[in-house]
Ligand binder design. Structure first.
Ligand SMILES: Cc1cc2nc3c(=O)[nH]c(=O)nc-3n(C[C@H](O)[C@H](O)[C@H](O)COP(=O)(O)OP(=O)(O)OC[C@H]3O[C@@H](n4cnc5c(N)ncnc54)[C@H](O)[C@@H]3O)c2cc1C
Length: 373
């Protein structure tokens, strides 16, 4: 029987995982990438991503993150690389906030160790934070920091070692479903596949205009702030603060500075990511200053570095994981809405299973797909 031929368009966060999963299953897998795996121009730049299993939005993600945690361990083993540093993470906020209530419920149901600190204990353990009166924090020992670029590059490398091919610097111009399968067109010609997985991040709408009504593309700013005093950040874990003052922070590896990110509303639309201005404007840094001065007063509120990345959102932040509505042999993974990295190994597995037999082992039915609209 001939081997199943699957093309993967985009070998970024999700596409590299799909390609690896396909290659492990003996599929004839071919990736196409505008740049090269591990590049910083899409959603996977900025050296760090927060890993947490505590959900703040929707408890139905819990099994996906649990499965991802298992595959992350397999990835560490297979690559021989430390792709995550798991020395704990915090979720902070008011116990009255809906996201914090979801977080408490998520921690309680998980069966994994966690601790809840009241405001006094939070101040005592992590004096870098200046919480609001009555704030609490949930400490999760298996939370931590992901290395995003290394994860993408190392996973793509594993796929190639298993026999997958990656066409680097080969942007895909068009995808067509025909009676023979799916055609992928690049500047060097056309290739035929049985199935194609599109994991093109912020470029999905340009390649598949059918998704333009669903996906909104944003240019996200990350900003890095030095500590005012030496040693100030030595013990601070990565954290996320729930709405209404949503923000997250990750210390840099030498702990001289902290990277801070804000939520969706603070970010510029980027319908055509290759044309959007990539340098942060001074006015865009004002909300960062407010957050730093209010909640992390030991940081210098003038950033020492800013960078921008491209992320794709759906209106309710549930991603599309399923077939294209008009092309059943084209699987689309898109709209990871600011929370996709921690679960990318599980999404990659589901994407590969969808391409092979249409049946992911995990329940991804609550995400968007042709059935859910
Ligand atoms: C600043 C920032 C901070 C974040 N923080 C966190 C966090 O702390 N924790 C967390 O879990 N998640 C976080 N996220 C979310 C997470 O990083 C994203 O959800 C995830 O990286 C999205 O992956 P993707 O595969 O959809 O996109 P990408 O990783 O951008 O991959 C898309 C790839 O497709 C390629 N491509 C596009 N078009 C074509 C084409 N026509 N032909 C060939 N190749 C093409 C691109 O070059 C790119 O490599 C954050 C996101 C951002 C931007």
């Amino acid at each position: 029987m001939p081997r199943l031929r699957v093309g993967v368009v985009g070998t970024g966060t999700m596409g590299a995982q799909v390609l690896w999963q396909l290659s492990k299953r003996g599929v004839d897998a071919t990736g196409f990438e505008t740049h090269a795996p591990g590049h910083p121009r899409g959603a996977a730049g900025g050296e760090t991503r927060l890993f947490r299993t505590i959900e703040i939005e929707d408890l139905r993600y819990a099994p996906i993150v649990t499965r991802a945690h298992e595959i992350w361990a397999e990835l560490h083993e297979a690559t021989g690389r430390e792709l995550r540093v798991l020395d704990g993470s915090l979720v902070l906020g008011s116990p009255a906030d809906p996201q914090m209530r979801t977080a408490l419920e998520s921690a309680r149901r998980s069966g994994r160790p966690y601790e809840v600190y009241d405001e006094a204990e939070l101040r005592a353990r992590h004096p870098q934070h200046a919480p609001d009166p009555g704030d609490i924090a949930i400490w999760e020992p298996i939370g931590g920091t992901i290395k995003p670029e290394l994860t993408v590059a190392a996973t793509a490398g594993l796929a190639e070692r298993n026999g997958a091919t990656i066409h680097r610097h080969s942007p895909v111009r068009e995808i067509r479903e025909t009676s023979r399968g799916v055609t992928v067109a690049t500047d060097s010609g056309e290739s035929e596949f049985d199935r194609v997985v599109v994991a093109a991040g912020g470029w999905t709408n340009q390649l598949l205009p059918r998704f333009a009504d669903l996906l909104t593309v944003r240019r996200l700013i990350s900003a890095w702030f030095f500590a005012k005093e030496a040693g100030h950040l030595d013990t601070i874990p990565p954290f996320i603060r729930t709405v209404p003052n949503y923000c997250y922070g990750l210390p840099v590896p030498d702990r001289t500075a902290m990277k801070i990110g804000l939520g969706y509303d603070h970010h510029m639309a980027a319908d055509r990511p290759d044309e959007v201005e990539r340098v942060a404007r001074p006015a865009e840094l004002a909300p960062f200053r407010r957050i730093v001065e209010r909640y992390l007063p030991g940081l210098d509120p003038d950033p020492m570095r800013t960078d921008t990345y491209i992320e794709t959102y759906t209106p309710d932040h549930r991603e599309w994981v399923g077939a294209h509505p008009d092309m059943p042999n084209v699987i689309v993974l898109a709209g990871f809405s600011g929370h996709g990295f921690k679960m990318c190994p599980a999404i990659g597995e589901a994407g590969a299973q969808l391409a092979i037999d249409g049946a992911p082992a995990l329940d991804v039915g609550f995400l968007r797909n042709p059935g859910s609209g």
